[in-house]
Design a protein around this ligand. Structure first.
Ligand SMILES: O=C(CO)COP(=O)(O)O
Length: 248
């Protein structure tokens, strides 16, 4: 039985005061909803998360990770540094990094390996662009993105990743994938995972991301292969984020 997981991706938002208010609002509103929950924050705020979330049910993580362990890589953050601040998760290959930083699926796969090697749980993000969807290339696109990761990790490590399906056309647009569109993509991704490790694939949490809100979360998360959400805009308000966790 897979537990539901709701992760807030703050993207490049926040400041110390606003973060404190948001984190304490989330912690205060959480009761025993039965879902796992985490926030992925800009690297400078990992220390704040560690200070303010330690001992609460809310985990934290980074939004990106270097493939390198250390050295002359100005601006990069290593997996070891994330671990140093007790991060549990790291996003790998978010569509904004693929688009604005030209991250290839091969690079994302190496980042996933670096995260696993440090003991982090990589959240491998995949999703088709609007043009790919219109061209009927959704499955080819997300299959290629996932396969690059599966080619590089061991069979056993399939059990240690989280996958997030985030159709690019649904991110920050208010256009949510219908539960059926999302379910189809999720079951397709799980089948690909199963080709590498069938037992592990049954346990992998596959999150949906893209304009998830309290009022559409319940229907999405009721789908057989949707195991939670990766939330952008709605993760910046405690009430909305809690509303999504409650929908589980
Ligand atoms: O990109 C996302 C989460 O990683 C989704 O963002 P929105 O929830 O703002 O659409």
């Amino acid at each position: 039985m897979r537990r539901k997981l709701v992760i807030g991706n703050w993207k490049m938002n926040g400041n110390r005061a606003a973060n404190s208010a948001l984190l304490s609002g989330i912690v205060a509103g959480l009761s025993d909803f039965g879902a796992e929950c985490a926030v992925c924050v800009p690297a400078p705020y990992l220390a704040q998360c560690q200070a303010e979330l330690q001992g609460t049910p809310v985990a934290w993580g980074g939004q990106d990770v270097s493939v390198h362990a250390s050295g002359a890589y100005t601006g990069e953050v290593s997996a070891g540094m994330l671990v140093d601040f007790a991060a549990r998760y790291v996003l790998c290959g978010h569509s904004e990094r693929r688009a604005y930083h030209k991250e290839s699926s091969e690079l994302v796969a190496h980042k996933t390996v670096a995260a696993l090697a440090a003991g982090l749980t990589p959240v491998v993000c995949v999703g088709e662009t609007p043009a790919q969807r219109e061209a009927g290339e959704t499955e080819a696109a997300i299959c290629g993105q996932l396969q690059a990761v599966l080619d590089l990790i061991s069979d056993d490590d399939v059990a240690r990743i989280v996958v997030a399906y985030e159709p690019v056309w649904a991110i920050g647009t208010g256009k949510t994938a219908t539960p059926q569109i999302a379910q189809d993509a999720h079951s397709f991704l799980r089948a690909r995972l199963a080709q590498k490790n069938a037992t592990a694939a049954a346990g992998v949490q596959i999150l949906y991301g893209g304009s998830m809100k309290p009022d559409n979360a319940r229907e999405l998360m009721a789908q057989a292969d949707i195991d939670g959400g990766l939330i952008g805009g709605a993760a910046l308000k405690a009430g909305d984020f809690l509303g999504i966790i409650q929908a589980v």
